[in-house]
Design a protein around this ligand. Structure first.
Ligand SMILES: C[S@@+](CC[C@H](N)C(=O)[O-])C[C@H]1O[C@@H](n2cnc3c(N)ncnc32)[C@H](O)[C@@H]1O
Length: 464
């Protein structure tokens, strides 16, 4: 994660007080090993021995945020900073909590304080650049990314972030060329940064350097024959047969690695609007929210749909294949139940259980929609609504295809046929832009359909 992990080197241990020092060491080890229960118990033990021990307060604050108690996390780090006001990691971690809770201006102030304390704090400088970008202060963000690269030319994250910035805000092909070079450099500097390699392949394809893009994935596959990401992306570039939907292992790998930066990358930089557009379309057919419906968010991700659909829900369930994304949704809150599961199987196992099944930007990982839509139909009660977004493919054909982004797109006719075959009626299908990619809008479909109700009631806005 973007947090500065607890590090024994950051902690000033007083050797004369062996017991407290030992417990703190154990707490930090447990935290580093992601044993959050053990770490929390041990930090509390330290604080019982030394009520104002700033490292225990700071890292317990980080841990509280990781466990979904962000307000408590902020309070604890603030209290630690009262004792050690020039601790750059504490300012940086406080900034990260604000950033992840959607408060970029507060986060910016924290990163600036971290940099006052330690001007060479690369992590804080990269984070500052990200929140400036999130606030659409693009010139300032570009300067901050540039400063990071000058300050730390061997920092792989800096090159990767600059590559994303150039790609997200590309106005010319030259920007895409530069972003590809940044991704290439990021991977050269850190061979574990497979996200940079994937981004390089996507950028090369966008530059119409198709053979080079396929070669990136082939080389990657030859090094890691079991890795689902190059396998899927090679198919996406036309170098292998496309699967009917993205494999579970690919989705898990992709989104577990993406979970920390998903909101800031999509929501702010790419004008990601699928949750807003989809829930607005649902509002139109459901009418005034009465908190009376059982709602499933299928492919809930970090939970961006939760606050938007919650007013309609008596019970809101979120399901996603990626444990990393579900963890973020847990921190965001708003769900009654969250499960790590494949959505088709989950729907098949929950017949007649929901009044609404919504799925924002998730069925774009499905080429073949029939099985999932049939399962959604069976999971809905009569009269219930399915609502989802897809990427749009032009033309009159009945077709779906895997695109070089790794996502699928569908024609209108394909969607209409699949919904009808699954048993749905009352189809609403509207074209809209779902996000921006490489500086261009991504065209999509916003789709609603109904499991036929036995009663002849006709909600507002519905068309046959
Ligand atoms: C682009 S994200 C969208 C998340 C969320 N709906 C939103 O709009 O912010 C797509 C999500 O779908 C999930 N996903 C993709 N295929 C899935 C499947 N077959 N079953 C469950 N989740 C899936 C991914 O793990 C990821 O979290």
């Amino acid at each position: 994660m973007a947090m500065v992990k607890p590090s024994l080197g950051n902690v000033m241990l007083r050797r004369s007080v062996r017991d407290f020092a030992q417990v703190l060491r154990e707490a930090l080890h447990a935290h580093q090993a992601d044993d959050l229960d053990g770490a929390e118990r041990l930090y509390r033990e330290v604080l019982a021995l030394r009520a104002a021990q700033p490292d225990a307060m700071h890292y317990l604050g980080v841990l509280c945020h990781q466990r979904g108690r962000s307000d408590e996390g902020v309070e604890r780090i603030r209290a630690a900073l009262k004792i050690t006001p020039r601790h750059p990691d504490a300012h940086n971690n406080l900034g990260n909590i604000h950033k992840e809770c959607g408060r970029p201006a507060e986060a910016e102030a924290c990163y600036r304080r971290a940099l006052e304390c330690a001007p060479e704090h690369h992590n804080a400088l990269g984070n500052l650049a990200v929140v400036l970008e999130v606030q659409e202060r693009l010139d300032d963000a570009f300067d901050a990314y540039g400063a990071l690269l000058r300050q730390a030319p061997e920092d792989a994250r800096g090159h990767y972030l600059m590559g994303l910035f150039l790609r997200n805000h590309a106005e010319h092909m030259e920007h895409l060329e530069q972003s590809a070079e940044c991704f290439r450099r990021a991977f050269e500097l850190d061979r574990r940064n497979l996200r940079a390699l994937e981004a390089l392949g996507v950028a090369l394809y966008a530059l119409k350097r198709h053979d080079e893009a396929r070669q990136v994935y082939r080389d990657w596959l030859s090094r890691e024959p079991d890795n689902p990401v190059p396998r899927h992306m090679l198919a996406a570039c036309g170098g292998a047969k496309a699967p009917p939907r993205a494999g579970d292992a690919y989705v898990r790998e992709l989104f577990d690695g993406f979970a920390d930066s998903f909101d800031e990358q999509l929501l702010k930089n790419l004008d990601y609007r699928a949750p807003q557009i989809l829930t607005a379309a649902l509002d139109a057919v459901l009418g005034t929210p009465a908190a009376a419906l059982d709602v499933l968010d299928a492919g809930c991700g970090t939970g961006l749909c939760a606050p938007l659909v919650r007013p309609h829900a008596r019970r809101l369930v979120g399901v996603d294949l990626s444990g990393g994304m579900v963890e973020k949704a847990r921190i965001r809150g708003g769900y009654d139940v969250l499960e790590v599961a494949e959505l088709t199987g989950y729907l098949q196992a929950h017949g007649d259980a929901f009044d609404v099944v919504l799925s924002a930007d998730t069925l774009v990982y499905f080429g073949e929609l029939q099985e999932a839509l049939t399962a959604a139909h069976a999971a809905l009660r009569p009269g219930g609504w399915v609502a989802f977004t897809l990427e749009a493919m032009d033309g009159d054909a009945d077709r779906a295809e895997l695109t070089p982004s790794g996502r699928y797109r569908h024609t209108r006719r394909y969607v209409e046929r699949a919904l009808a075959a699954a048993g749905f009626s009352h189809l609403h299908l509207a074209a809209d832009n779902l996000r921006r990619e490489a500086g261009q809008p991504v065209a999509g479909w916003v789709v609603l359909a109904r499991r036929t109700a036995p009663l002849p009631t006709c909600p507002r806005g519905e068309s046959a």
